[in-house]
Design a binder for this molecule. Structure first.
Ligand SMILES: [Zn+2]
Length: 433
């Protein structure tokens, strides 16, 4: 399959030099970018996107979400964290695979429309999430979320399910699906589960996903139980590393930041969810980047965000740092764009996130002739401070168009929306079990 973006007004390459090209073509062959610049004599590409008036860029990467929670969007708002958590636990007990499937398809459509091409997800009923990814054409790193609360029998069954899911789906959908291992959090998993999950993942060269230091309570409890803060504890059991995506990391000290930086752990910062649940208004992401830490961005699930809008998350990521530090230069647009593209791709283990020859072609275009993006002095600035999902025109994953001219090509959008609405109301009214 070949695809040509002809004459893009602007190309935000995100290459080493962070070049922005004007009036450039990008040719995609066999799922990868084969030429950038002036492409001549290739009028025969299967798909041609007219790039006039468009900004072409690498697709956004959502490094932390739970698509299975999409049907719980708006189900429990304006509650304190522990009340929200209790509401989630009680409705999650009623959640069945079809709910997760329709919620995941709905979430994928929302992400495609918002310019996101890849995401990391951990939850349960993960086969349903994988099916949705396969059908909608996105790229994803998926983990079955494991908890044992110290119960040995539960630990064995959780690890077995994690391994089964890995064996079934890793590398599937033409390589668009990678599987990882997802011990939920240090407070919900025993040390044995954390260690074993890391050992299994590393043997398979797979990623690990985990929640870390999302709330202050979690840190107090950790200090009480282990005499260590969560990141220190994870470092002590040999969990941290370049293959780990640690979500949130709101309440971390300088010492913990050094551990995250040194180990190459990817931190998935979820500013909107953290604010909405009042987990913490500011994460030390400036300090993290100062110690060479690997910053990525995530929305978290639609039950705590309540959207999967990465452009919004990018804006919040920048504004929170400015506002909370009384310093408008504390976080700049380019750092945020880096976290949402190259940083995210690297975290998930995909060779995308940059527009250069040889890279996987996960691309999006934005219509920069829409009033809210005029005039345009700086592309990165517009992405973070001015753009919204309505500006996203075309979305391509692995060279295959998922959306062209705002028309979804991969699934019947109307049917997904209808089914999701119907299933959500059934779920909310369903008795437990
Ligand atoms: Zn989460």
């Amino acid at each position: 399959m070949s695809l040509l973006v002809r004459g893009a007004s602007l190309v935000l390459t995100q290459n080493e030099r962070r070049e922005v090209l004007r009036g450039a073509d990008v040719l995609v062959e066999g799922g990868r970018i084969s030429e950038v610049g002036k492409v001549s004599g290739r009028a025969g590409a299967e798909f041609v996107i007219d790039g006039k008036g468009k900004l072409l860029m690498p697709g956004l990467v959502n490094a932390h979400t739970h698509l299975g929670m999409t049907l719980l969007r708006g189900y429990a708002d304006d509650m304190r964290f522990h009340e929200w958590w209790a509401a989630m636990r009680s409705i999650e007990a009623k959640l069945k695979a079809p709910d997760v499937y329709w919620g995941s398809l709905l979430g994928c459509l929302e992400m495609i429309r918002g310019g996101t091409t890849a995401f990391a997800d951990m939850y349960f009923h993960m086969d349903a999430v994988a099916r949705a990814v396969k059908e909608c054409g996105m790229r994803a790193n998926l983990a079955y979320s494991m908890v044992d609360f110290g119960d040995g029998k539960k630990r064995r069954s959780e690890l077995a399910e994690g391994e089964r899911f890995f064996a079934e789906w890793n590398g599937k959908a033409g390589g668009r699906i990678a599987c990882s291992f997802g011990p939920h959090a240090p407070y919900s998993c025993s040390k044995e589960l954390l260690v074993k999950a890391a050992e299994i993942a590393r043997k398979r060269k797979a990623r690990l996903q985990i929640h870390v230091s999302e709330t202050r309570k979690e840190v107090f409890d950790a200090e009480k139980a282990w005499g260590k803060r969560p990141v220190e504890y994870l470092d002590g059991v040999g969990f941290l590393g370049e293959d780990v995506i640690a979500s949130h990391c709101v309440w971390v000290t300088k010492n913990e930041l050094a551990m995250l930086g040194r180990s190459g752990t990817h931190v998935a910062h979820c500013p909107v969810s953290n604010l909405k649940l009042a987990s913490g208004e500011s994460s030390p992401i400036v300090e993290l980047t100062n110690v060479g830490g690997r910053l990525t961005l995530g929305t978290d699930g639609a039950a705590s965000n309540n959207s999967l809008n990465m452009l919004e998350t990018m804006k919040f990521a920048a504004l929170i740092e400015k506002g909370s530090r009384w310093d408008a230069s504390a976080m700049n647009a380019q750092t945020v764009v880096d976290a949402a593209t190259v940083g995210g791709s690297r975290a998930l283990g995909f060779d995308a996130g940059v527009i250069e020859e040889g890279r996987i072609a996960d691309l999006v275009t934005l219509d920069v002739r829409m009033p809210n993006l005029v005039p345009l002095y700086n592309a990165a600035s517009h992405l973070v401070y001015a753009a919204n999902p309505a500006n996203v025109c075309d979305v391509v994953v692995g060279g295959k168009p998922l959306m062209l001219g705002r028309k979804i090509l991969v699934v019947d959008e109307e049917k997904v929306v209808e089914k999701a609405e119907e299933e959500a109301h059934k779920l909310a009214g369903r008795k437990k079990g």
